[in-house]
Design a binder for this molecule. Structure first.
Ligand code: FE
Length: 197
């Protein structure tokens, strides 16, 4: 199993803890500084960000094109650079009349945190990770999603280098809405693909 493709959370946590202790012991940073940086990052991780991206894509075809071509650069235009040391790719998968997309990380829990906010417990569960690949329609049904006959489901498996986000279909009857009003329609599960918007 290619665990090296993925971050091992336990190992990573120990390394971070060790680094933090060293920095504090050497007097380079105070313990509060590290916490503040982490809090700052988490405060910047919110579904509101992903919702803004989707509302822009629904309203601006040129932005949507850029988003589908190079997600990381497009969301950076709105101020949502991925952050972190490692440059990550963001692949945005567009739902259409004939294709419905779902994201998963089969090996751990990779997830576009900055755009979706903290991930739900079920996303990290063994049951979701293994079953959504094997029987996506059954899993979607359990989330209350039923797709018209003939719609093809594509499941995107995350990796340490690539995160995925679903671009939901713009709901009918929303032609007159502003970007802010459109953003309010977007849900976290809609961006994972376990709900329609
Ligand atoms: Fe992962």
């Amino acid at each position: 199993m290619a665990m090296s493709d993925h971050h091992d959370d336990a190992v990573l946590s120990r390394q971070v803890r060790l680094l933090e202790t060293l920095l504090e012991d050497k007097g380079i940073v105070g313990g509060d500084t590290v916490d503040e940086v982490i809090d700052g990052f988490l405060a910047g991780a919110s579904l509101l960000n992903g919702a803004k991206v989707v509302a822009r894509a629904w309203s601006d075809p040129a932005f949507k094109e850029r988003l589908l071509t190079d997600g990381a650069s497009a969301v950076a235009e709105l101020g949502f650079a991925s952050g972190g040391v490692q440059k990550q790719r963001l692949r945005v998968a567009e739902n259409t009349e004939s294709v419905h997309n779902v994201i998963v990380c089969t090996l751990c829990s990779c997830y576009p945190l900055r755009l979706l906010g903290p991930s739900p417990g079920w996303y990290k569960s063994e049951a979701y990770r293994s079953r959504v690949v094997r029987e996506p329609l059954v899993v979607l049904g359990e989330f209350g999603v039923s797709l018209p006959d003939g719609v093809k489901v594509t499941v995107w498996d995350s990796s340490a280098e690539t995160r995925y986000m679903v671009l939901p279909r713009r709901p009918d009857g929303t032609e007159g809405l502003s970007e802010g009003e459109l953003a309010a329609l977007v849900t976290r599960n809609g961006l994972i693909g376990t709900a329609l918007v």
